[in-house]
Design a binder for this molecule. Structure first.
Ligand code: MEV
Length: 405
């Protein structure tokens, strides 16, 4: 278990400080190891020899800014939220939204137990509905056999929990078996892929047919996270603004063209934390959009309603993330990100990621319902453009960020 230090995520004037000062502040709060300090002091570069072990045909490294979003309080705990992203205004906007949310107590988030879903496809199964019944009769036996694929996980308290059978095409005898596997604090893709491969011949020996794919689904409906946040009408910017946020939410719930942009804004925060913490952000993206479309119509992942004198947002989506495995122990930037977060449970990471998503959504809707996105956005884009022109001045940069505070 991580031993937690109490830190405040509210660091006044952080954005105004020069970069090396920010690193000092962050390293001075006692959260970071010597290795992580040295890594950040050195500019946060990934050693090419480490990169060479992470991927193939490596010829160098591709860096992103690593930033800290401030003001987050999640389930009563202040959290410094690491974000790796290149788009201007995402970190400032999320920090600003989190500052408003903390006035009403912060984000409240809950992840489900970490249950992944893996699929086994079978074609040409005779009498597929009878076959499905047969498999359900053998459910306990099949789960026991599937557990044999992941003895270490079973020892650590995880394992196969449930089985479902879906007949996709009766005429073709096309049937799919879902196995639900509790994977602890791992993202779990490799674990559940092993389960699918081990159990497939056992299924076939019972019902016949031809084995097809054996792979996880990136829509893990039993591994989701839900977060809510409230902001008082006054804090959000007044009655007109509160109403504007509710109108924006309604627009997204009625129109796919708006819903996808609304969700993109949510993913701004989600992906940034996912990348900083070394998660498979492609799988999170895939799952999020499939979840949004699950009812047959693509929907906003977060919606806002009025509750008493506040607006209250709720975001729910699948969240297959891990605090062990993958690049979590190999990449020094990812290690530093975990040290800042001070968590070890995958569910807690899911909760932080979801809070960053809801904060990003709130920030976007406030901007859009108010003066429009362009003013603040363009100031920060201007900052990037001036960097290209090598004429950036600290004054422009600070003034621009100040707009979001
Ligand atoms: C831009 O990266 C994200 C927004 O388009 C999100 C939204 O429209 O809700 C501002």
């Amino acid at each position: 278990m991580v031993e937690r230090r109490t830190v405040s995520s509210r660091i006044s004037g952080f954005y105004r400080k020069p970069l090396n000062n920010r690193v000092e502040i962050i390293t001075g709060n006692g959260l970071l190891s010597e290795e992580s300090k040295a890594h950040l002091d050195g500019g946060g570069y990934l050693d090419p020899t480490v990169a060479d072990r992470l991927s193939e045909n490596v010829i160098g490294c591709h860096s992103l800014p690593l930033a800290v979003a401030l003001n987050f309080r999640i389930n009563g705990r202040d959290v410094l939220v690491p974000m790796a992203v290149e788009e201007p205004s995402i970190v400032a906007a999320a920090s600003n939204a989190a500052r408003l949310v903390r006035l009403s107590g912060g984000f409240f988030a809950e992840a489900t137990p970490p249950v992944m879903t893996t699929q086994v496809q079978l074609d040409e199964v005779p009498e597929p509905h009878l076959a499905a019944e047969r498999l359900l009769q053998d459910r306990d036996e099949l789960l026991r056999l599937a557990d044999q694929a992941i003895p270490n996980m079973v020892r650590r308290g995880g394992g196969c929990r449930d089985l479902e059978v879906r007949v996709l095409d009766e005429d073709e005898g096309l049937l799919v078996v879902h196995l639900y596997v509790e994977v602890g604090d791992a993202m779990g893709a490799n674990l559940v892929d092993s389960v699918a491969e081990v159990i497939a011949p056992q299924i076939q020996s019972r019902i016949g047919g031809r084995i097809g794919l054996r792979i996880l689904t990136n829509l893990p409906l039993r591994r989701t996270v839900k977060v809510t946040a409230r902001v008082s009408t006054q804090a959000v910017g007044g009655e007109e603004m509160a109403h504007g946020i509710l109108r924006a939410s309604r627009f997204a719930s009625l129109d796919v063209f708006r819903a996808v942009t609304h969700n993109k804004g949510i993913m701004n925060g989600i992906d940034a934390v996912a990348v900083a913490t070394g998660q498979d952000w492609r799988s999170i993206e895939a799952g999020a959009h499939a979840f949004a479309a699950f009812g047959g119509q693509y929907k906003p992942l977060a919606t806002w309603k009025r509750v008493e004198d506040s607006v209250e947002g709720t975001l729910e989506l699948p969240m297959a993330v891990g605090t062990v495995g993958g690049s979590t122990r190999v990449h020094p930037g990812v290690r530093a990100a975990f040290e800042l977060l001070q968590l070890d449970r995958a569910g807690e990471l899911a909760e932080v990621i979801a809070a960053a998503g809801l904060a990003s959504n709130l920030a976007a809707l406030r901007a859009l319902a108010g003066e429009g996105i362009q003013r603040g956005h363009m100031r920060l884009h201007h900052r990037k453009a001036t960097l290209f022109a090598e004429t950036e001045s600290a004054a422009v940069a600070n003034q621009a960020e100040g707009e979001f505070r």
